[in-house]
Write a protein that binds this ligand. Structure first.
Ligand code: NAP
Length: 541
């Protein structure tokens, strides 16, 4: 332990995924001592926990990566457009090895509490095995979508076979070949998992409550020519991400609205873009799909028509048809053969919302109001407590012992998803009320902002960085105003995690800044340039 006035580290980061690795790089470069803890046995965050079959990034590889080193960008070789979890993990090991990050990383260490110490302005963290250490700055690098939601289903503990959340996939793998698998949930995870599992499982039964609008991923190998083109244009790619509304290397806005385009031309444009795959369909066709209800309806109908071309059984297609909510009010998954999987004899879809509600899990499977499904394995692909879950899973106590989870009981307030009033010297990377965007882009932008703040503290001899309540109120109000103008605000009707509406014990809330990631990055720059007016800097006498 260091002396009272000298913390063990300048910075402690919790989480060793993309955010933790980037934190090490930027803090070390700025001359700060940094230690990153993770409860997992490996680095990788999402990619170490979500080892389910088919798990892959939905952002394209060449911008779903860290950009702080030209060498890293030039040396690493991706094999496909959307790398699977194994390849993403290999990439992260490559980053950690190449940048000599391992001495800063402590794995298998779960932080269970973090306490702000009023007398020193430091944070004290405590691990599950009782170790303690201190830092001047605490940084949450725990990820936006990392805390699983485990449903409360009657009889769940009676099931004789493996039953686990998709984000707690057995780290040594799971042999499901020849087994009868049940998946509860039909979100992005299931959309990736089903086609792969169906290839070797005896059967896969999906228990679906709400169908999604699903767009094609269109996986493809990385060719030598494509790789060369990417590597020759990295500066432009990084700039595109920095200036895009969702932090992605897309060519949008396109400067046209569906509302002003003749119907034939709309269909032509949609048909032209659909086979290209990815989220490009939303961002590179028209600029009003997420704001104009009629334009959104037309796009949603096009998506449904494409699903109906693939699914042979009209009854199954009807069950897969999203109804009663706008396209993108739930985050649309990308399809790698999901719809075709329903044409297989060993795949079954069960509508547990309208046709046969789920009653209980039994020793041998799942019982609905109509049937008993005999199963060997049950996967709970039931989603996450997004944006706040990871921070709330440990006891983070700020001024006067205020617990962060209590502060967020009704409103998950922050300043730009980075600062929280009453939690001095604490920063979050992509916390609540930050945008939903290509994560590596947001992570690096957040960290550069945090580094600037910490540098100012050091340069000017401050001890405490105190986020201001008025600035927090302003950001909360601004974020809510923008949210109300988007169609995503209707996500509470369909349990969208984007509003925390998937949590049974919490009210839906505004979790995402929808004013544009690019606008948000500009706001952070303006704040840093203006000396962080949202924060009061103090000295401890
Ligand atoms: P999700 O989209 O929240 O889907 C959870 C599913 O579980 C939904 O179908 C939900 O039904 C169902 N569910 C939840 N509680 C239930 C209950 N008690 N009984 C029955 N069904 C229940 O979760 P996810 O599929 O894990 O994806 C979450 C997010 O993670 C994605 O949107 C994405 O941002 C991220 N993700 C990314 C990737 C990628 O980029 N490659 C892959 C996977 C996930 P309702 O819809 O009716 O609530």
């Amino acid at each position: 332990m260091a002396s009272q006035n000298q913390p063990d580290y300048d910075v402690i980061g919790i989480g060793a995924g993309f955010a933790g690795l980037a934190l090490i790089h930027y803090m070390r470069e700025a001359g700060f001592s940094v230690r990153v803890f993770d409860k997992a046995a490996d680095i990788g965050g999402t990619w170490t926990w979500n080892r389910y079959p088919g798990a892959a990034s939905d952002s394209e590889c060449y911008y779903y990566c860290l950009t702080f080193s030209k060498e890293l960008l030039q040396e690493w070789q991706w094999s496909v457009r959307y790398p699977g979890w194994e390849e993403n993990l290999r990439y992260m090991h490559f980053v950690a090895d190449k940048c000599d990050m391992w001495p800063h990383i402590q794995l298998n260490k779960e932080i269970v509490r973090a306490d702000y110490q009023e007398d020193t302005g430091h944070w004290q963290i405590t691990t599950a095995d009782g170790d303690q250490c201190t830092c001047k700055y605490l940084v949450s690098a725990m990820g936006m979508i990392s805390q699983p939601v485990i449903p409360d289903i009657k009889g769940m503990d009676t099931f004789k076979g493996p039953c686990f959340h998709s984000a707690r996939w057995p780290q040594d793998g799971l042999d499901y070949a020849g087994k009868r698998v049940g998946i509860i949930g039909a979100g992005a995870t299931t959309v990736q998992m089903l086609p792969v599992m169906a290839e070797t499982a005896e059967s896969v039964t999906v228990f679906q409550r709400t169908p999604n609008f699903i767009m094609p991923a269109v996986q493809k190998p990385m060719t030598a020519e494509w790789e060369q083109e990417i590597k020759e244009h990295y500066d432009e790619i990084i700039a595109k991400c920095r200036n895009h509304v969702f932090g992605m290397a897309f060519d949008s806005p396109v400067g046209r609205n569906l509302a002003d385009t003749p119907p034939d031309e709309v269909q032509r444009i949609f048909e032209e873009h659909w086979p290209q795959g990815s989220f490009r369909f939303v961002f590179e066709t028209f600029d009003d799909l997420l704001t104009n209800p009629e334009s959104n309806r037309v796009a949603g109908e096009f998506v449904i028509s494409k699903m109906k071309e693939k699914v042979k059984d009209p009854e199954v297609a009807e069950m897969l048809t999203p109804k009663g909510y706008p396209f993108f009010a739930k985050r649309p998954p990308l399809d790698h053969g999901y719809y075709e999987a329903y044409n297989r004899d060993n795949v079954k879809l069960v509508d547990i919302k309208d046709r046969e509600p789920l009653v209980e899990i039994t020793e041998t499977g799942i019982r609905t109001t109509e049937n008993d499904y005999e199963l060997d394995i049950i996967v709970l692909a039931t989603g996450f407590q997004a944006y706040t879950g990871a921070q709330e899973a440990l006891a983070i106590r700020g001024r006067n012992g205020l617990l962060l989870s209590d502060k967020w009981e009704d409103v998950s307030a922050s300043i730009m998803g980075v600062f929280v009033a009453d939690f001095p010297n604490m920063f979050m990377i992509t916390g609540p009320q930050a945008p939903f965007a290509n994560l590596p882009t947001s992570i690096e932008q957040n960290i550069m902002y945090i580094v600037d703040c910490i540098k100012k503290m050091g340069d000017e001899g401050f001890d405490v960085c105190e986020p201001q309540k008025e600035a927090e109120d302003e950001w909360v109000e601004h974020t809510a105003d923008i949210h109300a103008q988007t169609l995503m605000a209707q996500g509470d009707r369909v349990h969208s995690w984007m509003m925390g509406a998937n949590l049974e014990d919490r009210k839906p809330r505004v979790l995402i800044y929808f004013g544009g990631a690019n606008v948000y990055y500009d706001k952070m720059r303006e704040s840093a340039d203006a000396g962080f007016p949202e924060v009061e800097f103090e000295r401890i006498a």
